[in-house]
Write a protein that binds this ligand. Structure first.
Ligand code: ADP
Ligand code: MG
Length: 260
């Protein structure tokens, strides 16, 4: 099924996915995906468990073949540049993309160093400049006020919700253009989840955000655009209002009505 340009038709697209297929051994996990993902919007990927949401997300930072050993064909264009081209620098691609995983994985170091880590790897920053930058990204992640007096404490001492915001700060410190979230609030309590949601809504003015969630209410709160997947295919893609209020296909309609 071809959803070419169904979304982002009138908007500038940041990511274009063309004829993307992915196999884990003989099992096909992505089937001829064609999508345009608009810049500075939140695009939410939905669909039942096992339909390929995580696989699609991982295809965007080259993790799929390089990390999971999947076989990938087709193109993913970031700003018109195919990240699957032979001569591409994967490290450069990954710098453009931040990923918030299902559970926070803070590095075994202080709160400060977790954020400084990203900054040090990618640019030379020292002393006051580094302090300011660490503060800036902790503020952007909505964590600064809670940690400013204990920056030298181990990150592991933070609550899970705070750890997830720390991981967001660390991801932002690399200055990506695209933020990916794979069920990024599913391990969090409702208040912590709300914190992350609020940050994502703020941050979309600077980033293109792509989120996987199976929580319908969260999708409705966050999505500008929705992609609905089923058995490795995109079966519907469109603006949030179109997909939620008037899905064209039977599967998303049934899913949205809670029939799955
Ligand atoms: P979702 O995120 O929608 O739950 P996934 O993208 O994780 O779905 O998985 C899509 C399909 O690919 C599933 O059938 C899953 O079992 C399979 N799969 C996912 N990751 C791997 C892997 N690393 N090796 C083999 N099969 C995998
Ligand atoms: Mg998944």
């Amino acid at each position: 099924m071809n959803n070419h340009l169904e979304i982002g038709k009138t908007l500038e697209s940041h990511i274009q996915i063309r004829n993307l297929n992915a196999f884990y051994d003989k099992q096909q996990a992505l089937k001829d995906i064609n999508l345009d993902i608009p810049r500075n919007k939140i695009t939410v990927i939905m669909g039942p468990s096992g339909c390929g949401k995580t696989t699609l997300l991982k295809s965007l930072n080259r993790f799929l073949e390089l990390g999971d050993g999947a076989q990938v064909s087709g193109e993913v264009l970031l700003d018109q540049e195919n990240i699957y081209a032979q001569d591409i620098d994967v490290t450069e691609v990954r710098k453009k993309i931040g990923l918030l995983a299902q559970r926070p994985f803070p590095l075994p170091m202080s709160i400060y160093d977790n954020v400084a880590f990203g900054l040090r790897i990618h640019r030379i920053r020292k002393g006051q400049d580094l302090d300011k930058a660490v503060q800036h990204y902790l503020e952007a992640a909505g964590l600064w006020n809670e940690v400013k007096d204990r920056l030298d404490q181990p990150a592991a001492k933070l609550s899970i919700g705070q750890q997830q915001r720390l991981c967001l700060a660390r991801g932002l410190a690399v200055e990506p253009e695209i933020l990916l979230g794979d069920e990024a609030t599913s391990a969090l309590d409702p208040i912590s989840a709300q914190h992350i949601e609020a940050r994502l809504i703020d941050l979309k003015q600077y980033y293109t955000v792509i989120l996987v969630t199976h929580i319908l209410r969260q999708a409705k709160r966050l999505a500008d655009y929705v992609i609905f997947m089923y058995l490795g295919e995109v079966v519907e893609a469109g603006t949030a209002s179109q997909v939620f209020e008037n899905p064209r296909q039977e599967r998303p309609r049934a899913y949205l009505e809670g029939k799955f």
